[in-house]
Ligand binder design. Structure first.
Ligand code: GDP
Ligand code: MG
Length: 309
């Protein structure tokens, strides 16, 4: 199927820009993605150079295609766990690939130390960074300019935007700037593309991200989320079965805390985000499976959320 965009824009006029969104958990990265992309979502992860980072959304407007990748694994490492290092490393590789980095910081600036480390690292690794101070709806306007000045001191941010991803204020200007920076290059994706296989991958990533968000410092890094199956129904709904793989009984206790409420919240948050991305009503079934060597095959789940979300 060809979309209107694909028909109308000759290849030689096409422009492209890749943008990696970086920021601490809760900065508002997913909210921004959802608000920029609106209902036009393409979820693809299998094409071309994109294997290392996760494509979260594609906007094709006029001649320009913007490819956003979110970097859910980017956080400041606080120990020397090998898997943690691996996650951080793959996030950095994603950063190096992108044309432009969009660094999102909660304008209330509560995690000063972590943000400082993040800014120092990012500015060392990429020289095209735009800064978005988010959640301006939540803070006193007087603090914004001084904060922008402070953050720009010593760093060369290409632009600074003050936005509310939630209220969609300032986000059009941000998008316009990104569009203005695209260069002549053939598009990598068709604007309306969406297939099952990449969705499975993205959906598992989303659940893993929600686990990260919920567990924070408690997170056992050896936890992985695997895709089991995806069902589609005649009414357009989709149902995704995923397994959270753990290694130790102690991790089971962490995951099942609050009588399973934690896992329920994870499932619910993932469900909402996947629904928003796909535009389809989504149901998620989460299972927890314990095996010391989850890389090997293992049968039998020890716990399921038991209900659909
Ligand atoms: P992520 O971890 O960076 O992807 O952050 P999320 O997009 O999941 O947002 C974390 C929380 O901040 C959610 O509860 C959002 O609703 C909230 N949030 C995001 N952007 C804004 C904003 O502009 N204003 C306000 N008030 N809340 C926001
Ligand atoms: Mg997020």
């Amino acid at each position: 199927m060809e979309s209107a965009n694909d028909c109308n824009i000759p290849k030689e006029e096409q422009k492209l820009i890749t943008v990696a969104i970086a920021g601490l958990p809760n900065a508002g990265k997913s909210t921004l993605m959802n608000s920029l992309i609106k209902e036009k979502v393409s979820i693809v992860s299998s094409k071309k150079q994109t294997t290392r980072n996760i494509i979260r959304g594609i906007i094709t407007e006029g001649t320009v295609q913007i490819i956003f990748s979110d970097l859910p694994g980017i956080f400041v490492p606080n120990n020397k766990h090998p898997l943690e290092r691996k996650i951080v490393k793959s996030a950095w590789l994603g950063i190096l690939d992108a044309d432009l980095i969009l660094l999102m910081i909660d304008a209330r600036y509560e995690n000063q130390e972590q943000n400082k480390v993040l800014i120092a690292d990012i500015t060392r690794k990429h020289d095209r960074i735009i800064l978005a101070l988010n959640k301006v709806d939540k803070c006193n306007k007087e603090i914004l300019i001084p904060l922008a000045i402070k953050l720009n001191d010593g760093y060369n941010f290409e632009k600074t935007f003050m936005i509310s991803a939630l209220k969609k204020s300032g986000t059009d200007d941000l998008k316009k700037y990104i569009i203005s920076q695209a260069s002549k290059q053939h598009w990598l994706y068709e604007s309306d593309d969406m297939t099952d296989a990449p969705l499975k991958f993205i959906a598992a990533e989303i659940t893993r991200e929600k686990l990260f968000d919920e567990l924070r410092n408690d997170l056992p890094y050896s936890i992985t989320v695997g895709h089991d199956k995806l069902e589609t129904f005649n009414n357009g709904d989709i149902k995704i079965y995923q397994t959270i793989n753990i290694k130790k009984a102690s991790q089971k206790l962490i995951l099942l805390q609050d009588k399973g409420q934690l896992l329920k919240r994870v499932g619910e948050k993932a469900r909402i985000e996947i629904s928003e991305l796909t535009g389809k009503r989504t149901h998620i079934m989460l299972f927890v499976r314990m095996t010391p060597n989850w890389v090997d095959s293992f049968n039998g789940s020890i716990y399921s959320t038991g209900s659909e979300y």
